[in-house]
Design a protein around this ligand. Sequence first.
Ligand code: ATP
Ligand code: MG
Length: 512
Amino acid sequence: MTNQKTHNELNPETNAMFSSVSERDEKKKEKEENEENKGNEDKNEKEENKEKTTLDSSNLFPDLPKGIRQVMETLEDHGDQAYLVGGCVRDAKLGKKPHDYDLTTSARPEEVQALFEKTIPTGIAHGTITVMTKDGPVEVTTFRKEGQYRDHRHPDSVDFVTDLEEDLARRDFTINAMAWNPKTGLVDPFGGQKDLERGTIRAVGDPMRRFEEDALRMLRAFRFAGRYGFEMDPKTKEAIDKLAPTISNVAVERIVPEVEEILLNSPDILDQMTALLKPWIPELDVMLHTEQNSVYHYTDVLHHTIDALKHLPTKDPASAWALLLHDTGKPATHEFYDGHDHFKRHEVESEKIARRVVKALKLPRKMSEEIIPLVRYHDTFYAPNLKNLYKLRVLKGWPDELVEKLFGVQYGDIMAHATHDRLKSLDAFKTFYEAEKNRHPLAFNQLKINGRDVLETTKLQGPQISKALETVLKEVILHPELDSRDAQLKLLNQTAARLIREEANQKMQTKA
Ligand code: ATP
Ligand code: MG
């Protein structure tokens, strides 16, 4: 069952940061009290405090790559301001190693281009130049403010400005609206640090306006809340509740990566965001209200899905999408009898829904081709025998990776049930599969005969050719002693004779 957790429970790393910050605050407070008690100003001590703050700030990025430091210095030597900004400052404050560094500067894009040897005009119209340093690329964006938004997603215009604070004001959340450089230390005009300590996601400025400007921010709010185990500020949450339907203005290409991160890292938050996913997966909201009164389940369909995602053993997006969708067919197939809820053949309905969803979200073709069968067969458990190996790998034509993904999906699903009995069947087939998955032959090109042999030694034509080879392959898989060319040719001829006989019989029956 999912339950509300505080950020402290969820994130030990975040916790570490909180204790260090509160320790620091406590020390500061202690010092202030002492000063008050003394009743006079101790100049030296004040200086020491100041020094400590600077020291603290310059310590914020102990591992800042030299190449990035040099970019900042070059910009400053040129008379401009340069700050690390956004995600890297937030993560450093949380005591996490930033995964990349973004810089914001008062220099215009053309100036940035002129100052550095290797640059890429990544988003020059919006002020972003990528500077190649010896420590990798860094995005340098000119301070900017944004004009009006008329499509809930893109500003109509972008103006470059000279004031850092104006640039921070256009950013989405207070925790993402902090900047830092070694001389100034932390610049935090909207209380980002406090919100990090409290564990709050709060829009910068008026949340209604900010989400009206760009509806994607609503999804980002959940992504950050999920990632850090933070709570939404009530006004921010209220604005999302009101504006959720405007999310449909956002291109699915922007939606998908946000949702994917949530599915893989913080599925718990999904029960709060069904309204945001409604344009593409309206079933999620219905699943939240679909109870499962049966011995197999302990919660409603959506919370079962969330728990299954939490148990997914891989970070594979196709498997995560499959689990999100695996029981979407339950509301439509629900029946109540014998005192229990039943969802017969829900996987068939889920497959239909999954086909619609992968299209609506424009998921990559290869990924969709995995999601659909994973949804369809999530509830099928195979006995450990060669016939089933043949069924999956040859008849269905599943590659090895897909079979392994099915195991992951089934494991997640089982672990989110009231009993885990099915683990035994899953493990039995898994062990069998691991031992047998590389046996030869397991594909047509591993047979000792081929299509030409069929044409030369039999009278078979058209689809019957592959049917004959399929039969031969099946027999050789089930009877390994047949793995010689002679035995396979003999088998082919017997099969051909049978197929021809069957066809003749069928023709006679149709005539009669
Ligand atoms: P992550 O760790 O996921 O990369 P991030 O905060 O770096 O998080 P990015 O999408 O890389 O997120 O954006 C970098 C910064 O740009 C953010 O920290 C935020 O200040 C700003 N930003 C990004 N997207 C938006 C948006 N839609 N609206 C307003 N500000 C945004
Ligand atoms: Mg980033």
